[in-house]
Design a protein around this ligand. Structure first.
Ligand SMILES: NC(=O)c1ccc[n+]([C@@H]2O[C@H](COP(=O)([O-])OP(=O)(O)OC[C@H]3O[C@@H](n4cnc5c(N)ncnc54)[C@H](O)[C@@H]3O)[C@@H](O)[C@H]2O)c1
Length: 265
């Protein structure tokens, strides 16, 4: 697969899952633009990758600010006159909460960054792709895009991202632009590690929640994103692809009321 001269924008690319996507797309030969609000960390990653091949730039953005996102999109278009890939990984995690007792400011912030941030980026960069009549957008959902968790802002927000991905795929399909999402299970990123350190996630539950004896890493998500953006996925649009080591299948299976016929060999 040759992607020389292709341009990829990764929001939240300074850390975790976004960083996994940046590293993978860079390794495939893309010019990569990291859009993140953590400028120092983004610069550190860009400097590291640019030592071997000078194809990474970073720009400050707050995805919750639509004007900000639009400015960055125009800058990038003016610089390259092309845009091939957008990955929307900028996001924040939430602490478990009851809906009736939750802090509304914290609730609104999760929606502003995770859902509205995705909409702002897909809208500004999607317009450029519509004009160019090509491109691939990959949103970042979660296992919470499919089933309920005690995360009253995060879970409905990720479910909304799944539906938004489908709607945008239909809208942009006739312009040759594909729109898909990845839905990771638990991934130990800096954000997830902070939740573990704060006692808000149990690492044992997190490690044993899938069908495979595998801890999903940011690199696995990067691989799935690269696939969705590649010609190998040219007939795929409007899907939210679980990258979950079997999490979605495992949870209902393990709770079957008839009992599970485990057999160890
Ligand atoms: N870690 C997991 O287990 C997991 C599982 C499923 C989905 N996700 C999703 O993956 C995405 C990345 O999460 P992560 O775990 O890699 O977190 P992370 O904190 O390691 O990385 C998130 C990045 O997004 C950036 N960011 C946050 N808010 C921003 C804003 N307003 N504007 C611009 N940049 C912003 C941060 O600076 C950071 O670099 C999120 O959407 C998260 O919901 C994570």
């Amino acid at each position: 697969m040759s992607v020389v001269d292709k341009v990829a924008v990764v929001t939240g690319g300074a850390s975790g899952i976004g960083e996994g996507c940046v590293r993978k797309l860079w390794s495939l030969g893309y010019m990569v633009e990291i859009l993140d609000r953590q400028s120092e960390q983004a610069t550190r990653l860009a400097d590291e990758l640019n030592l071997s091949s000078n194809r990474v730039k970073c720009r400050y953005v707050d995805v919750a600010d639509s004007h900000h996102v639009e400015e960055r999109a125009q800058e990038i278009w003016n610089e390259y006159q092309r845009l091939d890939v957008l990955v929307t990984s900028a996001g924040i995690l939430e602490s478990s909460a009851n809906i009736l007792d939750m802090d509304l400011d914290a609730h609104d912030r999760v929606w502003q960054v995770n859902y509205h941030g995705t909409v702002h980026c897909a809208r500004s960069f999607g317009r450029l792709m519509r004009t160019a009549r090509c491109g691939s957008i990959v949103t970042v959902g979660s296992t919470t895009s499919f089933v309920a968790f005690p995360l009253p802002a995060y879970c409905p927000g990720k479910t909304a991202i799944r539906r938004f991905t489908e709607i945008l795929a239909v809208e942009l399909g006739r312009f040759g632009v594909r729109v898909n999402g990845v839905a990771p299970t638990y991934v130990i990123t800096p954000a997830m590690q902070a939740k573990i350190d704060a006692g808000e996630r149990d690492p044992e539950v997190l490690r044993n929640s899938g069908a495979l004896d595998l801890l999903v890493e940011p690199e696995h998500i990067g691989e799935a994103v690269a696939f969705l953006c590649s010609d190998a996925a040219s007939a795929i649009t409007g899907v939210m692809l679980p990258v979950d080591a079997g999490f979605n299948a495992t949870i209902p299976y393990r709770t079957y009321a008839g009992g599970v016929p485990w057999r160890d060999e």
